[in-house]
Structure formats: C-alpha cells, structure tokens
Design a protein around this ligand. Sequence first.
Ligand code: ADP
Length: 254
Amino acid sequence: MPIISAKNLIKKYPNPEKSGETFFAVKDVNLNIEEGEIFGLLGPNGAGKTTTLEMLEGLNNFDEGSIEIDGIDVKVNPYELKKIIGVQLQSNEYFDRLNLSDLLNLFAALYSTSIKPEEILSNVQLENKISALPDELSGGQRQRFSIACALVHNPKILFLDEPTTGLDPQAKRNLWQLAKTLNENGMTIVITTHNMEEAEFLCDRIAIMDQGSIIAQDTPQQLIADHAAEIPERRLQGNLEDVFLNLTGLGLRE
Ligand code: ADP
C-alpha cells in the first residue's frame, strides 16, 4: 500500500485575467508514492507543483479529492500528519538572535520532543556551526540547516521544495548525498526541482506536471525511453559541471 495516496485532487484559484472566475491550479491529480521512494515532482513554473506539495503537507486546503498519508486522512487529521512529515521550505526566516542549537531545540519543543542538536547538525555536516546564527551561514549551509529543522521529530516523510536552487556544484552534490543517506535510512522523500540532472540522480519515480495536470509519471529511465529515445547517442563524456568539480574538487568550501 502506498504511503502517500492522493486521489482526484482539485484546487481552484481566482482567475487573475477574468474577475469572478476561477481556474484549475491543480486538476484531477492522482499520486501513489511508495514507502522508501524518492519521488520527484517536475514541471515548468506555474504547473501546480507547490500547490500540490502544500496540499500533501496539509498546508493548503483543496476543493475536491482526497489525500491519505500513512493511513491519515489529511483533511480530517492535519495535526496527526504533522507528526510524521518534515517540510523543508524554499526560504526560511528564523529568530535572528537564536543560534542553530537554540533554534533546533525550539523546533523540537514545538514537536514535544527533545533532541541532541549536535547529532542533528552532524547529520547535515553543520556540527561546527552549532553556535552560529542563521545569518552567518552560506546558502548551502542554510539549505542544510532548513533540512535539519525538518528532521527534529524524525519524520517518516520529508518534503523538499527546490532544495538546491542557487547552490554551487559542491553544495548541490553534498545535498544530494544527504538526501540519499536519509532515504537509505528509510525516509520517504518527495522533492520538487527544476534540475533534471538532480531528478535523474535522486528520484526513483517522477511525475511531470503541466497546467495543473500530471502529464507523465514513471521511473526516470522509463520516461527517457518513452519520451527521449529518438536521441541516438548517449553522451559518453562529462559535462561542464564535471569539469568544474574535477578542477575544484567535491569538498565544501564553507
Ligand atoms: P509551481 O509550483 O509549479 O510553479 P504553483 O503551484 O505555485 O506552481 O502555482 C500554480 C498556479 O496557481 C499558478 O498559476 C499560480 O499563479 C497560481 N497560484 C498559486 N498560489 C496561488 C494563490 N495563493 N492565489 C492565487 N493563485 C495562486
């Protein structure tokens, strides 16, 4: 049985071009995500990815359809849902006078749990920043810290919304490795990204959305076989990112 099952999801918003009318931001979306998968949601801007993610996270209501996550009806029991999901947002604002350790303790208190901040920070390679303020972190460190905040209650499912946007190649690969490690330890991960290499590297299965609908859903390999098979030669050499990484190394600079 899938850990996430969304059926016939519909979300309408006011149509910005015609007052008094609505349009389908999400149109009859069905998703079945298995426990232990890394599942990617791809699509151009405005496709409905964030809206879909927010509905799965219980952060946005929906007009029609149903969502069940690990046996929890999201509409009926959003508070039960919060206990088993971790949400990493695209941008986070923190209390700017609290250091990373204080902030993690605060998040843990919100979940009525206690944690060892140094353990959570070491999972995201930030153990040496335990006394730093969020403003003192680089972009990659901020992204890793926002994942750390989503991990305080050891969730079964982690939602990542464009986690590597704006990161340098080292920080990006480092975050990919973090996602893989969390997944290997049993966490189901749902991720949105505009980075196709990231989707291919990380995702077991992918749904491609356009104009509110899912237009294709499969493993990356099958999607390529079905929709990009006419390209005869696979690239046998690396790309410019590999050049950059070979020359500058994989180590984080921060
Ligand atoms: P994506 O994440 O794929 O870029 P979104 O889910 O953010 O797409 O948006 C889907 C559509 O819904 C877009 O046309 C967007 O402008 C619209 N939309 C998103 N949120 C709102 C909102 N709160 N009010 C009105 N329209 C919205």
